[in-house]
Design a protein around this ligand. Structure first.
Ligand code: NAD
Length: 478
């Protein structure tokens, strides 16, 4: 078993502490590797390295910074297969999805590199004679990036690429569940000309290394992807320094299925969305609202489609549609939510049990009918292959149900009627709405949530500019 180190100032660097975290394959329970549970001193060392590198990095022309992103993207493309295998091994997604994640990560770095020649300031009209007003977009400084485990490799790029092209340097903390892919990212990065200190990676738990990163006065912005609870803790840690925050938090995506919908399309899309990555995706359909007159037919078809999905160990079973849940805690949460829903009056249509596969945290594809808006399973993020179905009477009620949530990341509606779709888009208060399809979002979009789903967002021009700060200069002619 390999024991890995942090990556600080261009070198693999042992932790100053002795605590280590063992990374487990969720498909088998086998140990894969260990990574340090970094100390505040390790985090401080990484921040100092990033801080020392930032000024000269920002002075380079943006096209040069973009070249560095492209060089890493090229290394990633040369290593799609080994990277996909180790992502699958430590995270449990299918190899097909892991390959998509790796390829998308390289594409994302290239996409952000393309912004180098498009970062624009403004010239503003002045009220004063002889004055010119210039608005610059400048780097913030050192970014702290904190990552979840569900798309661990892609999230490195989603934080680092916009940070670097705009002249920032970064300290990343991967999830303690998935350190291995981040180590491999560092190995590939070390083969390029990226200057030391521009990207640093420290491993460890949230309460130690994560908190130290968020509480540092030398961090210009924390860009975090993860749960609402952790987002709230990060806000508290960042509060004394008034550190800027970019928070991509959880979701509870409603999917509204109108009576006029193409049912086959809706069933296929919802099923795929619910089993991809074992249902552990912030924007997969988490609660289905079905118009009363088609509810029985839809639920029957959905149950058949879910039953037909194949759960398997993704490294051993190439035909598997989905693998295990990430860990015992994730498994327990799914099981408790299903049990609670049944106790509250939901009807089990299919699933509802541990999957018969041994060794990992496997859960059966599950459909629950007769769910109500007040049930926990309709209100809390499930993060498993489980679909609660709620009936509604008309569009007004469906929109009210959708909006009645702590979350506001993504949503979807299935209808053949343009007016229905447009009304839903105008009245559903979410960061994203998909019409006649489910996730995923595009890199040129803007992935952002309302309510407790976050602050700010990622991707596209708006996501890029989150990593800049404005500087306005007033120039008076003599
Ligand atoms: P999590 O919040 O448990 O952990 C995420 C990261 O935060 C980990 O690296 C963890 O070590 C760190 N952390 C924990 N406590 C911390 C603290 N006090 N201070 C600083 N860092 C701390 O989330 P997770 O279980 O890894 O990921 C699943 C969650 O992520 C789900 O809620 C999902 O919806 C969300 N997510 C959101 C998006 C999005 O784009 N909005 C994308 C992917 C995942």
């Amino acid at each position: 078993m390999r024991n890995y180190d942090n990556f600080i100032n261009g070198k693999f660097t042992p932790s100053t502490g002795r605590e280590r975290i063992t990374c487990i394959n969720p498909s088998t329970g086998d140990a894969i590797c260990t990574a340090p549970d970094s100390t505040p001193a390790d985090v401080e060392e990484a921040i100092s390295a990033a801080s020392a590198a930032q000024k000269s990095w920002a002075r380079r022309p943006a096209v040069e910074r973009a070249q560095a992103l492209r060089a890493i993207a090229a290394k990633i493309r040369e290593n799609v297969e080994p990277l996909a295998r180790l992502i699958t091994e430590e995270q449990g997604k299918t190899l097909g999805l892991a390959r998509v994640e790796v390829a998308f990560t390289a594409d994302y770095m290239d996409y952000m590199a393309e912004w180098a020649r498009r970062i624009e300031g403004e010239i503003l009209e002045s009220d004063r004679p002889g004055e010119t007003i210039l608005l610059f977009r400048q780097a913030i400084g050192v970014i702290g990036g904190i990552l979840p485990w569900n798309f661990p490799f892609f999230l490195i790029a989603r934080k680092a690429a916009p940070a670097l092209v705009t002249g920032n340097t970064i300290v990343l903390k991967p999830s303690e569940e998935t350190p291995h892919n981040a180590v491999k990212f560092c190995e590939l990065m070390a083969m390029t000309d990226l200057p030391p200190g521009v990207i640093n990676i420290v491993h460890g738990r949230g309460a130690g290394a994560g908190k130290a990163l968020c509480a540092s006065p030398k961090i210009g912005m924390i860009s975090f992807t993860g749960s609402v609870e952790t987002g709230s803790a990060i806000m508290a840690a960042a509060a004394p320094n008034i550190t800027k925050l970019n928070l991509e938090l959880g979701g509870k995506a409603p999917a509204i299925v109108m009576a006029d919908a193409d049912l086959a399309m809706a069933v296929k899309a919802v099923t795929a969305s619910r089993v991809i990555n074992s249902g552990q995706v912030c924007n997969c359909a988490e609660r289905i609202y079905v118009q009363g007159k088609i509810a029985d037919e839809f639920t029957e078809k959905l149950a058949a489609a879910m039953q037909a999905t194949r759960c398997g160990n993704p490294l051993a079973d190439a035909a598997a549609d989905y693998g295990p849940l990430i860990n015992q805690a994730g498994y327990n949460k799914v099981e408790a939510l299903v049990r609670g829903a049944l106790a509250e009056g939901a009807t089990l249509v299919t699933g509802g049990q541990r999957h018969e596969l041994e060794g990992g945290y496997y859960y059966q594809p599950t459909v629950l009918a007769d769910c109500r808006q007040d049930m926990e399973i309709v209100r809390k993020e499930i993060f498993g292959p489980v679909i609660p179905v709620v009936k509604f009477d008309d569009l007004d009620q469906a929109i009210d149900f959708a909006n009645d949530s702590d979350y506001g990341l993504t949503s979807s509606i299935y209808t053949r009627d343009l007016n229905t779709a447009l009304r839903a888009c105008q009245e559903i208060h979410f960061g994203e709405t998909y019409i006649n399809r489910e996730n995923f979002e595009a890199m040129q979009g803007f992935h952002a949530g309302v309510r407790k789903s976050g602050i700010g967002g990622a991707d596209g021009k708006h996501g890029l500019y989150e990593f800049t700060q404005t500087h306005v200069v007033y120039m008076q002619r003599g």
